[in-house]
Design a protein around this ligand. Structure first.
Ligand code: PLP
Length: 423
C-alpha cells in the first residue's frame, strides 16, 4: 500500500540517486523541502570554494591566470558546465551577474523596438523582479509600461494557456519574456511551441529558467530560443547570492551587448585597454565587469554533481517524488480542504507541489515547528519541493503524516495566519 511507510522505504532502497544524499549537508533532523528557493550546500561546493580561497592565499594577483582554477576563465568554464542543463552549445552559456541583472542585460540587448513593433509580452503570474525590470527597460526606451507591457492573464490564477499566449503575439510585439516554470504553480510552459510561434511572427523570445534549471531538461538550441537566464542558488545549489547564468543563441553572436563593460571583451583584446570594445565572439560578450569569484566558486562543485548524475535522472526521480507526494496528499489529507494547484500531469509539472489552503501561512509555521521546511507564497500557497539529489520517499511520507497531525489536532491555530518578512 502506498500509504504504508514500508512502501516509501522500498522506493528509497531502489533509488539509484541515493548515494548523492551523503554529499549534502542536510540540517539536522530536518525535512528540507525548500531546495527550489535555496538549494543545500554540498561537500563538493564547499571544497571548490575553499580551493579558490586557497588560490587567493597562495597566488594573490596571479590567481587570475594560475592556481587550480584560474579566475580569468572561471565564468566560461562554469558556462560550459551548465550548457548541458539547458541544451546549449558550450559557448552559448556564461555564468555571470544575477538573474535580474542578466534580464536587464539581455532585454537591453534584444529589445529593439522599431516601426509599430514596440511592445513587450510577458505573463501576469511572473515573479515581481522580472516585471519591475521589464517596466524599467520600457521606460528607458521612452515607452509607457501601462501601454507597452502586455501581460497574458491566467484563467485560474495559477496557470497560463499556450493558446492565450499565442493570441497575444500581435504585430506590435517586439519581444517576449516568459518563465520556463512558473514560480508558484510549478507549471512548465511549452517553450518549444512558444518559440516557434514567436518566430513565425518575427518576435524575439527569451525565458527565465530560475525554477526550471536543474529541475527539468531543456533544449534551448534545438528549440531556437533567442536568450535565457537563471539563478544558480535554487535547484543548482550554488549558495545564497550565487552568481547566475545566461544563454544566448549562437545566431546572435558577434553583436555588442546592450550593457557593455570590459568583461564583454574578447579575452585576447581585453588587456589592450582600447576604448573601442571588441566583444567576445560568444555568450561571454554579455558579461559586464569583474566576476564575483567567491560567489561563483561553489558552482564548480555543485555543477560537477549534475554532470555526474545527468539531468534526465534528476527529472525521473523528481517526477516520482512529486507523484508520490500528490498521491499521499489525495489519500491522507482528503478531509482538510487542501487544493493541489500545480499541474498534475508529468509533461507540465515542474519540480514542486503547490498546495493551496486558506490557512496556508500558519500551516507553514506549524510545519516549520515540526522541522519540515516548506515555503509559503502569499496569499494562500504552500510550496513543497522534494529534491531528487537529497530528499527521500520516506521524507515525503513523513511530511504528509506530520501535515495530517497538524490538521487533525489543529496545531496551526497556535500561530497567526500572516507571513514573515521572508516568505
Ligand atoms: C528566484 C527568482 C528571481 C530572483 O532574482 P535575483 O536577481 O536572483 O534576486 C527572479 N525571477 C524569478 C522567476 C525567480 O524565480
Amino acid at each position: 500500500m502506498k500509504t504504508d511507510k514500508l512502501y516509501a522505504q522500498r522506493l528509497d532502497e531502489q533509488d539509484e540517486l541515493k548515494p548523492f544524499q551523503e554529499e549534502f549537508y542536510i540540517p539536522e533532523e530536518t525535512i528540507y523541502f525548500d531546495g527550489n528557493s535555496l538549494g543545500l550546500l554540498s561537500k563538493r561546493a564547499e571544497h571548490s570554494l575553499e580551493t579558490l580561497m586557497d588560490s587567493w592565499k597562495k597566488h594573490a594577483i596571479d590567481g587570475w591566470t594560475e592556481g587550480a582554477e584560474p579566475w580569468f576563465y572561471l565564468s566560461e568554464k562554469l558556462g560550459k558546465m551548465s550548457a548541458p542543463l539547458v541544451g546549449a552549445d558550450m559557448d552559448e552559456v556564461i555564468v555571470t551577474g544575477s538573474t535580474t541583472t542578466n534580464l536587464h542585460q539581455l532585454v537591453s540587448s534584444f529589445y529593439r523596438p522599431h516601426g509599430k513593433k514596440t511592445k513587450i509580452l510577458a505573463d501576469a503570474l511572473n515573479f515581481p523582479s522580472d516585471i519591475y525590470a521589464l517596466k524599467s527597460q520600457l521606460k528607458l526606451k521612452g515607452y509607457d509600461p501601462d501601454e507597452h507591457l502586455i501581460q497574458v492573464q491566467s484563467n485560474d490564477g495559477n496557470t497560463v494557456e499556450t493558446a492565450d499566449i499565442i493570441k497575444e503575439m500581435t504585430d506590435d510585439v517586439a519581444l517576449i519574456m516568459l518563465p520556463g516554470v512558473l514560480y508558484r504553480s510549478g507549471q512548465i510552459l511549452d517553450m518549444q511551441t512558444l518559440t516557434s510561434e514567436a518566430h513565425k511572427r518575427g518576435i524575439v523570445i527569451g525565458f527565465d529558467l530560475c525554477h526550471s534549471i536543474g529541475s527539468i531538461p531543456h533544449h534551448l538550441s534545438d528549440w531556437g530560443v533567442d536568450f535565457a537566464f537563471w539563478c544558480n542558488y535554487k535547484h543548482l545549489n550554488g549558495g545564497p547570492g550565487s552568481v547566475a547564468g545566461l544563454y544566448v543563441n549562437r545566431k546572435h553572436f558577434g553583436n555588442e551587448p546592450g550593457l557593455a563593460g570590459w568583461f564583454s571583451s574578447s579575452k585576447e583584446k581585453q588587456f589592450d585597454m582600447s576604448h573601442t570594445l571588441t566583444p567576445a565572439e560568444d555568450a561571454g560578450a554579455y558579461q559586464i565587469g569583474t566576476p564575483h569569484v567567491f560567489s561563483a566558486a561553489p558552482l564548480l562543485g555543485s555543477l560537477s554533481i549534475f554532470q555526474e548524475v545527468g539531468i534526465d535522472r534528476v527529472r525521473k526521480k523528481s517526477l516520482q517524488l512529486t507523484n508520490y507526494l500528490m498521491d499521499l496528499i489525495e489519500s491522507e489529507l482528503d478531509d482538510y480542504n487542501f487544493t493541489i494547484a500545480n499541474p498534475k500531469d508529468d509533461a507540465t509539472r515542474g519540480g514542486h507541489v503547490f498546495l493551496e489552503h486558506k490557512e496556508a501561512a500558519r500551516i507553514c509555521k506549524a510545519l516549520k515547528a515540526e522541522k519540515v521546511i516548506p515555503d509559503f507564497r502569499t496569499p494562500n500557497g504552500i510550496r513543497l519541493a522534494p529534491v531528487a539529489l537529497y530528499n527521500t520517499f520516506a521524507e515525503v511520507w513523513e511530511t504528509v503524516q506530520i501535515l495530517k497531525t497538524i490538521m487533525k489536532e489543529e496545531r496551526y491555530k497556535k500561530y497567526e495566519n500572516k507571513r514573515g518578512v521572508i516568505a
